[in-house]
Design a protein around this ligand. Structure first.
Ligand code: XMP
Length: 183
């Protein structure tokens, strides 16, 4: 769905589908180079990372496997609480594997922090993080994110996998949600 269908719900379109594809191409070249001699396992975080995972994996020129985790971060509306529960675990044993976590967005970094310590306890050969979007507070968190698509302002964004109340995930661009939708 393109943004013309929801234009009154958005205050601004931040990234067009073309810009998102171009940025992913740049990131995928770096990831290609990093993992060219390694067996790469992409771990996508459901459901937001579905679009990033689909596009990143296809932009790569190396083989990769894919697996998924679903976690719930308790919190209401547009805020995450950092209390995390695993809803769906990996199907893959990641011990001695080169794991790249693929995230849609990091806000406070609390969800990711939990996820990373959980995955680290499974003894992967390496563990890196790629996120398409990162908000300012996350940039201050101690979790080291290797690849960032865009650093964005501290506003609630939707589209390209990101939802509000289950909607807007299928928006091809990314935009800021108008406060009248959630206030
Ligand atoms: P934390 O704060 O733990 O939160 O880094 C990460 C999770 O919060 C959700 N989130 C958003 N979802 N637009 C969204 O659609 C946003 O602007 C946004 N900010 C945070 C998302 O589920 C992410 O994984």
């Amino acid at each position: 769905m393109d943004d013309t269908h929801v234009s009154s719900d958005l205050t601004q379109v931040l990234y067009t589908p073309e810009q998102l594809a171009d940025r992913l191409k740049e990131l995928s070249a770096e990831i290609d180079a990093e993992y060219k001699d390694k067996d790469l396992l992409l771990v996508g975080v459901l459901s937001g990372a579905v679009m990033v995972m689909a596009d990143l994996s296809r932009a790569l020129t190396i083989h990769c496997e894919m697996d998924w985790m679903a976690i719930s971060s308790y919190g209401s509306g547009t805020q995450s609480s950092g209390v995390v529960r695993i809803l769906k675990d990996l199907n893959t044993n990641i011990a001695d594997r080169h794991v790249l976590v693929v995230e849609d967005i990091i806000d406070t970094g609390l969800t990711l922090s939990y996820l990373i310590s959980n995955l680290r306890s499974r003894d992967p050969a390496s563990l890196e993080i790629m996120t398409m979007f990162r908000k300012p507070e996350a940039a201050k968190s101690e979790v080291d994110v290797r690849w960032v698509g865009y650093d964005i302002p501290d506003e609630f964004v939707v589209g390209y996998g990101l939802d509000y109340d289950g909607r807007y995930r299928n928006l091809t661009s990314v935009g800021t949600l108008s406060p009248h939708i959630y206030s």
